[in-house]
Design a protein around this ligand. Structure first.
Ligand code: KG4
Ligand code: ZN
Length: 332
C-alpha cells in the first residue's frame, strides 16, 4: 500500500510517499524559516500563503522522486491539527481533493500522533509498549503507547511547551528564530554551574510539566545584567538547557518507574537537542532501558511521519467522508 502524506500545520510544507513494503519512496520538505526570521516568529498569514505557493511543486517533486503516476497511490493522509488554522486548511483541502480526484481514501492525521509514530520509520524502532516523550514547539507530553492508536496521556505541560520555552528564552538572549537550535548551540559554549534555574514541578508527585516560570527566571537574570557578553549569555543558555533537560529526564524516569516500561521514545523538534539526548542516554545507561529517536530530519516537522501514520490508519480501515475539517486544538 502506498500513501501520500501532507504536512502543513506550521512553518514547514512536507510531502512524502510511504510504501508499506519498500518504506519511504519520496520525501520533500520546504522550510519557511527564512520567511519568518525577520519577524522573530511564525506569522500565520504568511505561513498559509507560502504553503499555497509550495504545495503543488512539492507534490510534483515527490511523485517524480518516487517515479510514480497518481494511480499508484492508494490513499492520502493530511495533518488536520493541531496547528495554525490557515496553514492546516491548505494541506487538508489539497489532500482531501487529491484523494477525491484519485478515488482513494483520505485520512486526517493528528500531528502529535505522527511525531510519536515517526520513530517507526527507523530500522531501530521499539516494540510496543513504549513511553513517548513528545517535545515540540506547541506541546510537551508524556504518553504510554500500547500500540499505534492506543495511548494514555501520563502528563503534559500546563503552560508553555518545552520548544516554546526554548524559543522565548532564545529571544531574551537576542538569538534568532527558531530559537531552539540557536540556544542549544550557544549553550555548548557555556560554563556549567555559573547560573542555576529551577526544575519546575519535580518536587511534587505527578508527570505534568510547567515551563513558563523558567523563562521568567531567565528574564530576571538577563534584566539584572546590563549588557551580558557572549560568555555570560552562553552560561545562562547552558543553565536554562540543563534545567529543561533535567526536568524532562526526571519525569521520564518517574514514568518508567510508574509503568514498568523501560523503552522510551523521544520525538518532536526538541528531541533533536544534543543535551537532551546525552541526558536520556545517561538515564538508561547500565542497561536499565533503551531510548529511541527518529532521525534528526524526522524529529522536526515533515511529511514522512504523516504518510506513515496515514498508512497505519488506512490499513486499519479508517477513512474520512467527503467533507474535511481542521482543528487548531485537538486533544490526542
Ligand atoms: O516538532 P516541531 O518541528 O514543530 C512543532 O510541532 O512545534 O518543533 C519545533 C520546536 C521549536 O520550538 C524549536 O525551537 C525546537 O523545536 N527545536 C529545538 C531544537 N531543534 C528544534 N529545541 C532545542 N534544541 C534543538 N536542537
Ligand atoms: Zn511538529
Amino acid at each position: 500500500m502506498r500513501i501520500l502524506g501532507i504536512e502543513t500545520s506550521c512553518d514547514e510544507t512536507g510531502i512524502a510517499i510511504y510504501d508499506s513494503e519498500q518504506g519511504l519512496l519520496a520525501n520533500q520538505l520546504h522550510s519557511q524559516v527564512d520567511l519568518h526570521d525577520t519577524y522573530g516568529g511564525v506569522v500565520p498569514e504568511l505561513a498559509s500563503r507560502d504553503h499555497v505557493r509550495r504545495i503543488t511543486p512539492l507534490l510534483a517533486a515527490a511523485m517524480q522522486q518516487a517515479g510514480l503516476e497518481p494511480r499508484a497511490i492508494d490513499g492520502v493522509a493530511y495533518t488536520a491539527g493541531p496547528g495554525l488554522i490557515g496553514a492546516l486548511l491548505v494541506g487538508a483541502s489539497v489532500g482531501r481533493s487529491l484523494a477525491y480526484s484519485w478515488n482513494v481514501p483520505a485520512v486526517a492525521v493528528h500531528h502529535m500522533e505522527a511525531h510519536l509514530l515517526a520513530v517507526m520509520l527507523e530500522e531501530e524502532h521499539p516494540d510496543y509498549p513504549f513511553l513517548a516523550l513528545l517535545v515540540s514547539g506547541g506541546h510537551t507530553q508524556l504518553l504510554e503507547v500500547r500500540a499505534a492508536g492506543d495511548y494514555t496521556m501520563l502528563g503534559e505541560s500546563l503552560d508553555d511547551a518545552a520548544g516554546e520555552a526554548f524559543d522565548k528564552t532564545a529571544k531574551l538572549l537576542g538569538l534568532g528564530y527558531p530559537g531552539g537550535p540557536h540556544l542549544s548551540a550557544l549553550a555548548e559554549k557555556g560554563r556549567s554551574g555559573r547560573y542555576k534555574f529551577p526544575r519546575p514541578m519535580t518536587d511534587r508527585p505527578g508527570l505534568d510539566f510547567s515551563f513558563s516560570g523558567l523563562k521568567t527566571a531567565v528574564a530576571l537574570v538577563v534584566r539584572e545584567l546590563e549588557d551580558a557578553d557572549e560568555q555570560v549569555r552562553a552560561d545562562i543558555a547552558l543553565a536554562f538547557v540543563e534545567a529543561v533537560v533535567d526536568t524532562l529526564a526526571i519525569k521520564c524516569e518517574r514514568a518508567m518507574k510508574q509503568t514498568g516500561i523501560t523503552r522510551l521514545v523521544a520525538a518532536g523538534g526538541v528531541s533533536a537537542n544534543k543535551q537532551l539526548r546525552l541526558k536520556l542516554a545517561r538515564l538508561v545507561d547500565g542497561g536499565n532501558g533503551q531510548v529511541f529517536y527518529p532521525r534528526p530530519d524526522f524529529c522536526t516537522d515533515n511529511g514522512a511521519m504523516i504518510a506513515y501514520t496515514g498508512y497505519v490508519k488506512i490499513n486499519a480501515g479508517r477513512s474520512e467522508p467527503l467533507g474535511f475539517a481542521a482543528y487548531p486544538r485537538w486533544p490526542l
